[in-house]
Design a protein around this ligand. Sequence first.
Ligand code: NAP
Ligand code: 8YV
Length: 321
Amino acid sequence: MMSTKPRVLQIGRLLPWLEERLAAAHDLHRLADEADPQAFLAARGAEFVGLVTSAGGSGADAALIDALPSLRVISSFGVGLDKIDLAAAARRGIAVGYTPDVLNDCVADLAMALLLDVARRTPEADRYVRAGRWGVAGAPAFPLGRRVSGARLGIVGLGRIGRTIARRALGFDMAIRYHSRRPVADAPWPHEPSLVALAEWADFLVVIAAGGAGTRHLVDGAVLGALGPEGFLVNVSRGSVVDEAALVHALVERRIAGAALDVFEHEPQVPAALRALDNVVLLPHIASATRETRQAMGQRVLDNLALFFAEGRLVTAAPLD
Ligand code: NAP
Ligand code: 8YV
């Protein structure tokens, strides 16, 4: 018997509880279960009215959207929209739901953790203790770190998460300035229209701008040069925002002091040159990955679909213009 539930396609794997709830509420099919996804889409793509995907994973490109001619709604697990072809969705009148705000705190927490880790060299110190090098007679003492309290923080992108990072930095008595295309009307911190000038001023440059074509390689060799040999880079936005080749050169040649990265240009590939360095901290894109935040993100994915299928609208709709 045909299901009366909306037919929804899931791209990539999600949390087990979320997959269960999606399957309970919809006539769900997982593309990851198909041996030949392209052949499946060609044969059965027209069945689906809904699509579930993730921001840091597969997204939804134009080819996928084209392969789903009956599609009416996309519900994405995450806030980044760089992997979703919003123009293709808009042309077809497809609604796009995402999960802003519910992850601000945990992403900002992780940005501060990375900043502290790279400045105070905590991962390196942990490796030093585990290797049994502490207290070894004649061995050099563990090198000194860089003070965080009272330092100058440059934030690239003062959006929902950027502001949340700024509020945390106030607790460390940091001086704050930010760069974005437009000044934020009610922000109490100075706006710096030139990213190079912000990098020159900052001790720590934290990148939390949106990803996508408009910000590709925003942090380039010139910005890293301006950050200088005493400056640290933290990236929790998208790997594409930083010119990774230029970053590797700057780190290897000690033209910046260090970097802490949650995201990479070609995830999950991390350049071997980065893995070989002590003055970098490398994480596998986990900024939103706490039980509490992933629960809230998953709930929003479900709520967006439920409201769309009940009333034709979303709890949190991505801007499509
Ligand atoms: P948001 O509120 O939309 O903020 C985005 C910021 O980027 C705005 O301040 C925007 O300011 C700035 N921006 C956009 N284009 C720019 C450009 N060309 N030059 C300079 N600044 C630019 O987004 P959010 O919720 O804070 O999230 C930010 C990003 O974090 C997401 O898009 C996502 O990629 C990333 N993220 C990563 C993780 C993770 O797991 N690592 C988790 C969540 C989010 P203007 O428009 O004025 O330029
Ligand atoms: C991912 C993220 O959604 O929200 C974003 O934009 O990058 C993350 O929260 C998460 O890693 C699942 O892909």
